[in-house]
Design a protein around this ligand. Structure first.
Ligand code: AP5
Ligand code: MG
Length: 213
């Protein structure tokens, strides 16, 4: 089962991909997480990627496609994978066709205002990776419930950068909705419901219980 999760920044792609990975035992591939890791490297590429992602801009298509191609060649992808945040441009979608077949493209639909509020509230623990936000408030503000570590904000989660990411989403990624509708791979779920309900709807699509649009 090869799945693409499409959606606004903050639509819940990462949250849902983790749940899908657990349920179906397939690889979760987040290009955002891969780029945040590359950004920590003291290399020319690391510095370039850091500056792009922290400003809310896209990493160039050729770099992104190369990273994904190499990742999809790893053995854990043979059973299937969930692409979280790739493709984001038509060029990336075209290139993906030559890398691997896709069975489902699921769009987690949310409005701009919802993600602005969600991402402004998102904080994470650098030690255990737990993500806090409107849906999960830490017992003590700014501190991880488990590790007692101070929580951090992603560098691209300040309101100006969130707005920029949303604008780029509309310009570059939203056209992929029609792209995948034409290929009859597209389905959409309402991302503005509680996390469990969104997950049930996605599983419904994957298990053929819901008519795809
Ligand atoms: P990436 O890390 O992929 O960021 P993004 O697409 O902006 O999405 P987010 O990770 O912010 O949100 P999400 O949809 O995963 O939502 P989440 O589950 O966390 O990419 C970062 C950067 O890397 C890009 O800006 C770009 O620079 C670069 N990049 C990555 N891929 C690229 C590509 N293909 N091409 C070029 N450049 C690329 O949820 C968000 C919050 O909401 C959390 O707090 C969560 O707990 C909460 N939440 C989730 N679901 C719900 C719900 N149903 N109700 C209430 N709260 C919820
Ligand atoms: Mg994410």
């Amino acid at each position: 089962m090869n799945i693409v999760l499409l959606g606004h920044p903050g639509s819940g792609k990462g949250t849902q991909a983790k749940l899908l990975q657990k349920k179906y035992g397939i690889a979760h591939i987040s290009t955002g997480e891969m780029f945040r890791s590359i950004a920590k490297e003291h290399t020319e590429l690391g510095r370039k990627v850091k500056s792009l992602i922290e400003s809310g801009a896209f990493v160039p298509d050729d770099v992104t496609v190369r990273v994904v191609r190499e990742r999809l060649a790893k053995p854990d992808c043979t059973k299937g994978f969930i692409l979280d945040g790739f493709p984001r441009t038509e060029q990336q979608a075209d290139e993906l066709q030559n890398i691997a077949p896709i069975d489902h493209v699921i769009h987690i639909h949310v409005e701009d205002e919802t993600v602005l509020k969600r991402l402004s509230a998102r904080r994470n623990c650098a030690r255990c990776g737990t993500v806090y936000g409107l849906d999960r408030v830490p017992k003590q503000s700014g501190t991880c419930d488990t590790c007692r570590e101070p929580l951090a904000m992603r560098a691209d989660d300040d309101p100006k950068k969130i707005k920029r990411r949303i604008e780029i989403y509309h310009a570059e990624t939203k056209p992929l909705i029609d792209y995948y509708k034409r290929k009859r791979l597209y389905a959409t779920v309402n991302g503005d419901q509680d996390i469990g309900k969104v997950f049930r709807d996605i599983c419904g699509v994957l298990e053929g219980k819901k008519v795809t649009k």
